[in-house]
Write a protein of this length. Structure first.
Length: 199
């Protein structure tokens, strides 16, 4: 039973020691089965970077180019395929999102304002933390954070379950902690001729 505490301790250490980071990621999204068909999944990959307390960037490279950038004020979602950018106020969009879990919170106490955190049993050689949003009206149902390393303080996996029954698993590799990241990593300028939506 005692070993379970390592997941929460590891997450706390990660939040406190990793002021910035970058990694490669692979994301597998599995939609719930419909009309008796088997569940379908699609895989994408790219790079991820963050700078606490409130900047991060997901750059999807395959199979489609997409960017999600938080610059501290604004959350930008750019879909190259649709030739469209969605611009939202970051404060309104971030609260209980997976990105807030790993990139925004300055400490565990801040995270516990938006999430109920619980250590979960070890699995696949990782320590796990279950995070359940306190807001019941969001699209996020739960997130499981998998941590690896000697002190279980290296981000390895995020398993995200949304209220529509869709499951998304983000696996991180080549994680660098506290690299020096250029300012433009977290800047986004809509390309010329792109539709900008402000919902």
């Amino acid at each position: 039973m005692y070993a379970w505490a390592d997941g929460l301790k590891g997450l706390e250490t990660f939040i406190q020691t990793a002021q910035s980071g970058r990694a490669d990621f692979t994301q597998v999204v599995t939609a719930p089965p419909k009309n008796g068909e088997a569940a379908r999944s699609k895989t994408s990959s790219g790079t991820f970077a963050f700078l606490r307390p409130n900047r991060f960037s997901f750059q999807y490279k395959k199979p489609f180019e997409q960017s999600i950038v938080a610059d501290g004020q604004t959350l930008w979602l750019y879909d190259a395929d649709l030739n469209q950018v969605t611009q939202r106020k970051q404060a309104d969009a971030l609260g209980s999102t997976p990105a807030a879990l790993i990139a925004s919170a300055p400490n565990l106490a801040a995270l516990q304002k938006d999430f109920s955190l619980q250590a979960a049993p070890d699995k696949d050689g990782l320590k796990w933390v279950q995070a359940t949003p306190k807001a019941k009206d969001g699209q996020l149902q739960s997130v499981r954070i998998g941590l690896r390393g000697e002190r279980s303080d290296q981000l390895a996996v995020l398993e995200i379950q949304d209220s529509f029954g869709q499951r998304s698993v983000l696996s991180f590799s080549r994680l660098e902690i506290n690299p020096s990241l250029p300012a433009e990593t977290f800047q986004f300028k809509p390309p010329a001729g792109v539709d900008v939506l402000k919902p």
